[in-house]
Ligand binder design. Sequence first.
Ligand SMILES: [Fe+2]
Length: 325
Amino acid sequence: MDCSISNEDLVCAIDEEKYNFFCNTLDFGMEHTIDLKIFENKETYNQIIQVCANIFKEDIQRITHFTNDPYCGIAAIDIPEGSIFNKKVNSVYGAAVAMGIFGNIGNPNIDSINKMPFSIYSASHENAKLLNSKDLVQYPPEVKLGFHNDGLFQGKQIHIPKNIMVYNMYINYRKPGNFKWAPLAAWEEAEKYERLLNEKLVKIRITPNFYFDKEGNINNTFVDTVEVPICRINEEGEASFFLNGNVLAQDNGLELADIVNSMRDSISENPNNILIAQKERRAFYLKNDFGFHARDIFEEPIEDADLTRVFIRAVDINAKSYYSY
Ligand SMILES: [Fe+2]
């Protein structure tokens, strides 16, 4: 496929009639009963996946057509709001569409904290202040998040999930910028960095995921630091990458840190990268082992609310085994 495809062509919009039909078919009820907690029940989620398979068959085919292409690897959908529902009901049914479609593409890992098939990321001015006051570095919407791929940590094993889904439930910025995708197959300098980094152990400070527990304590649900290769080439000559977190000169020496930094620059400057605008109720589907993703800084927060952004992220347990450390 021609990778010069216009980026908005990778987004398909679900029509409102189909969405209303989906909500009525599930019929979870209105505002007093419906909640994201419906996803704690495996049977309910399976039902959502089945209903999605029937109602959104063409949308699922369109998404996988793009994500299975190594020169593309990403697609997005816009989920409408049904005018017969209020905001809260719409937000749960929106997540049901995004996750129902994901369940037809991958098999989501159950989040260890919320016991649901996705993690919830909720950023607010209040949380940001709290983390800053404790000198904890995190990645709120207003901080740049550079190109990386997502890993799945199980014990001391890193796996690279095949599919990922990120769904913007709520964005309280006037300029949310773009979601960015760099397809590995279209990265011109890939071979150079594969040669430089193959099997070379690198100390990586993993991008943290801070979580506030019921007592208000802050925990990081990810490991802090790992020492693993950023690139591995298998016997067939195929390269796999685990690019995440910070690689600092103080941990790795200047030379190695410089190579990783220039690799990140090379990925982000590649003319074949794909940009898709961030939008509320837009879900992004990525083939995580086909490339790297990043996002712009979110700019111009709308002042009236403390909450700045809420998104859910699902990762596939169908994953490439990458490395044991
Ligand atoms: Fe990510």
